[in-house]
Ligand binder design. Sequence first.
Ligand code: BES
Ligand code: ZN
Length: 854
Amino acid sequence: MKDASPATAPKTFYLKDYTPFGYDAESVHLTFRLAPETTRVISRIRFAPKPDAADRTFFLHGEELKLISAKIDGQAVTPELVEGGLKCEVPGAPFTWEAEVEINPAGNTALEGLYMSNRMYCTQCEAEGFRKITYYPDRPDVMSTFTVRIEGDEPVMLSNGNPMGQGEGWAEWHDPWPKPAYLFALVAGDLVNHPGSFTTKSGREVELNIWVRPGDEHKCAFGMEALKKSMKWDEDVYGLEYDLDLFNIVAVDDFNMGAMENKGLNIFNSSCVLASPETSTDANFERIEAIIAHEYFHNWTGNRITCRDWFQLCLKEGLTVFRDAQFTADMRSEPVKRIEDVIALRARQFPEDNGPLAHPPRPEQFQEINNFYTATVYEKGAEVIGMLKRLVGDENYYKALKLYFERHDGQACTIEDWLKVFEDATGRGLSQFKLWYSQAGTPRLKVSEDYADGTYTLTFEQSTPPTPGQPDKAPRVIPVAVGLLSPNGDEVRGTEVLELTEAKQSFTYQGLASKPVPSILREFSAPVILERETSNAERAFLLAHDTDPFNRWEAGNALAKEVRVAMVLDGAAPDAAYLDALEKLVRDDDQDPAFRALVLTPPSQSDIAQTLFDRGHTPDPQKIYDAAETFTQTLAQQLETSLPRLYAATTVDGPYAPDAEGAGKRALNGRILSLLTRLDGGEQAARQYQAADNMTQQYAALGALLKAENGEAQSQAFFKQWQDDRLVMDKWFALQIACAAPEKTAATAAALTRHPLFSMKNPNRFRAVFGALAGHHAGFHHASGEGYQLLADNLIALDKLNPQTTARMCAAFQTWKRYDAGRQSLIRAQLTRIAGTDGLSRDTTEMVTRILDA
Ligand code: BES
Ligand code: ZN
């Protein structure tokens, strides 16, 4: 008889159950004898019992390891192999543990632990991958110094820290900084380096390298400059210096995430470090600069000060995302970066926070930690730090950070430690603020206003809808940055931060000559949903006059949303006043092109769907799509006479450079081209495609042509030109799906999975196809259900190879409760089918169960 419960019931881990490991790991020696299918790992670890330990169980994590031998103080022992690791009787005094295990890197398609990518050995240990390399207390609060010997015939063999020596067939490395095992890294293969160097503020010469496969050397220069800028910026802004003589970055093609901050040996998805004008878009350049900064910044916020346990993940990720955003704002444009981040927050974090996967930035339970590298932990985690900074002020913020680095260097910390530092540095209590870390859900902020006799009152009411496991929410501290404008457009009150602490609260302004127009939540000062009854005329006024660039964009964005919603619900024509406002802005050459491009970028169709749902309607994806098409077509017609001039005026002359200014101009130029294509059917786009000497323009032209269903020839030419470049091919796969009409989206994606260059084993390629499918709102949610079925088929297939990437992509289904009964039942059927698959991974099981339980 078949057992009703799964073979291994998934275990849930709880924050409240934290207990320290009973032993210190004083030093770790590892020897790797590399062989693709039979790598031997020999570990020698000095353990010392902790005098005050409550629990002395000697349990070492280990998965998919073949134990060859184990010794304690040189004597063979026979550990008890248990689920997820081993247990062993050990002495009550310090001892040396030795083990030899065999692993199979070539057979490792999950890309966790030691695996092979393009004949190159590499590792990914965060969060719990080290246990696939050897038996070890694989938890971030166990920190030790690592010495590593690599034996093999690979030309280049790297690990963390400093090189200790090398010879024919071997290399030795030593990392003097104690670290958790998740920061361990090893890379070996046929690699070439792009060298560089940096002198730290105290005069330390640091050797820098970007290691790549032969043939990719010409794509390293930009990343190297980004690295140097990051090192300098962290010294200038945070006073933080690099702490080794060597910093290596390696590019690998098969990688589940974007990049990883291993001590002194960062490993990058090649898509996040390799760049050249011919093969990378402006967006790629910006992302690469940010991610190199992000991983570098982890050296202090993550490595020197790490997390006590994985529940504290936002301690390092939220803070490091916050830091990389500051960096990008400084390198490029502060308002543009803020607008981009808010667009991303609304696209990724809000759906998560308002659906079945909602969890607080510091979750209290998980089954598979890989499922908690989420928009909430990262982006909301960063927003929480932004709020903290706003509440305590810049000076206090840097004072607190200084204290954090002094007090906690070398430690594995918690959110409590983090907040205590702020309390001690500023004298301010943060117990209510802490709710941001423990409560899930996006607060709604209702605003009403009152004006009489020169006194203006703003009243705020906050509430947060229930989320899984959290039916009731307490009021939080919400910093609301507000400015007031007079009806003639002058600012009558500069930005002031109102601190909300209660469910309902009013603030008054005295001595105003007339009723002002409020500009609320400037710079998006808190990750909340603002609910305010206001007119489109007022939004248009703010779009024209607000002194806060974020809120100017926001006013335009809100206006765009209202217009779309009206079009969808009432079949209304696009609002003429809004079209006029847009036209005025687009033609205003005094305005920053990047800003104009952002205002011209329509709100996402998924965002419109959520807005409709929030207002009690059932969104129809096809209608939302049609409204978007009609709107854009009408805008193109309205701008008809100015488009050729605008196109010419925004065309960047001279050689391509990936700076913010050029990128802003090209972004606007790309928007103009897509409008132009609606009128000329693709004449200008075909010319641009022909002439383009950089990927930004080539890609924009191809996208416009494919959207107009007039790009077959260019698509084939593109394929021919770039078929040997994996990263450009990812773009080719994705773009065809993104530009397909809704009724053809799933079929286009399905056809591409049969293309010889499609691969289930390369996460970038899989994501190119299925990320584009899931990101095509009307295509994915087409009433036929083909999109759902195709994604489910492929998730089921991928789960056998790569659970981590499969599980992350299940999130495409998280918004299913927004839609009509027909679509809901189609999605439920697919989720149920995935959930019922034999041998489904723990990762994917957890995700589909949570989504289904909604
Ligand atoms: N530590 C992570 C990488 C990671 C995440 C490893 C999950 C293992 C599991 C790294 O610092 C990171 O956050 N990378 C981001 C990019 C970053 C710019 C937000 C990523 O890989 O997407
Ligand atoms: Zn990170």
